[in-house]
Design a protein around this ligand. Sequence first.
Ligand SMILES: C[C@](O)(CO)[C@H](O)COP(=O)(O)OP(=O)(O)OC[C@H]1O[C@@H](n2ccc(N)nc2=O)[C@H](O)[C@@H]1O
Ligand SMILES: Nc1ncnc2c1ncn2[C@@H]1O[C@H](COP(=O)(O)OP(=O)(O)OP(=O)(O)O)[C@@H](O)[C@H]1O
Length: 311
Amino acid sequence: MLTVVPRPVTVRAPSKVNLHLAVGDLREDGFHELETVFQALSLGDDVSIVPAPATSVTVRGEDAASVPTNSDNLAWRAIEMVAAATGHSPDVAITIDKGIPVAGGMAGGSADAAAALLAADALWNLELTRAELHSFAARLGSDVPFALTGGTAVGTGRGEKLLPVLSRNTFHWVLALAKGGLSTPAVYRELDELRSKGSPPRLGDSKELMLALASGDPTRVAPLLGNDLQAAAVSLQPDLRRTLRAGVTAGALAGIVSGSGPTCAFLCSTADAAVEVGAELAGAGVCRTVRVATGPVAGARVVPRSSRGGN
Ligand SMILES: C[C@](O)(CO)[C@H](O)COP(=O)(O)OP(=O)(O)OC[C@H]1O[C@@H](n2ccc(N)nc2=O)[C@H](O)[C@@H]1O
Ligand SMILES: Nc1ncnc2c1ncn2[C@@H]1O[C@H](COP(=O)(O)OP(=O)(O)OP(=O)(O)O)[C@@H](O)[C@H]1O
C-alpha cells in the first residue's frame, strides 16, 4: 500500500526597522499609542512545519539557544491559535532557521509568528483571507501584522493598524548586532521613566519622511530617521552611543537604534557603501557582528519547493 508522506511547508518572513517610531502616552491596556513607519528588511527567518505525533519546535542558527522551544515560542502559539479556531490538530514539528537577531528590536519572534500563520494556512488548505490572517497576527503581537504585509507601511494604534506607504528604490542598510538583547517591555518602561523625570524630545509626525520615501533618495530619507525609544535603549545600554557614532564615522548617511534595540541600523547611499561601512564597523569592535540588508522586501511568503535547499 502507498503511504503519503506529508511534505513540509516552508515560509520566509522578513525582519523590520522602524524608520520613524513616535511613541505616545501609555494606554490603560499597558500599550503605548504609536505612529511608526516600518520597512521590511531582507534579513529573514524560515519557518517549516510538517505533521508530527506532537507539537515541537527546533531552532537553528547563531542565536538559537536563546529562543524558547516550548509553547512560549510565538510560532508554536500561532499554530495553536489557528488549530483551535479551525478544528485542526496542532501536532506539527516546527523548524525555525533564524537569520534575525533574537531580542534585537528587529521583530524576529513576530516574523516567526507571521510565518507560522501562513504555513498553517497552506498545510491545512484553509484559504484564510488577509483580514483573518491579520486578526490572528494582531492577537499574537503588535509587530506581527507588519511581518505578514512587509514592504513599507505606516502603523498606528499599538502598531497593528497598517497602511501601505509609497517608497521608491531599494535602500541599503548595515545592521550592527549587539552582544546581548533588550527586553521590549523594559525599553518602553525606561522611556516612561525618562519622561516622568524630564521631557526628552518627542518625534513629530512622519509627513516629511513620506515625501522623502516617495522620492527614493536615501540622502533625503537619512536626516528624517527617528526613534523615540532610542533614548531609552541607550540609557539601558550606554555603549550603543559609541556604535551609533562609529557607523556615521564609517560613512553611513545616518544611524538609529532599530525598534526597542539594541541592534543599530545604518542607512547607506549605495550597496558598495554598505559593504564598506559594514567592514569598518566590524573592525571597530563596537558590536558583536554586522550584516548588510536591503529594504523594502515582501512580507511572509511560502517558499516554493523548487527554491528550497536540501529537501
Ligand atoms: C518596539 C516595536 O518593535 C516597534 O515596532 C514594537 O512596538 C514592539 O512590538 P512587539 O514586540 O510585537 O510587542 P508586543 O508583544 O505586542 O508587546 C510587548 C510589550 O511591549 C510594550 N508595548 C508594545 C507595543 C506598544 N505599542 N506599546 C507598548 O508599550 C508593552 O509593554 C507590551 O506588553
Ligand atoms: N520564535 C521566536 N524567535 C525569537 N524569540 C522568541 C520567539 N518566540 C518567543 N520568543 C521570545 O521573545 C523574546 C523577544 O524576541 P524577538 O527576537 O522577537 O525580539 P525583538 O526582535 O526585540 O522583538 P520586537 O522587535 O518585535 O520588539 C525572546 O527573548 C524570546 O524569549
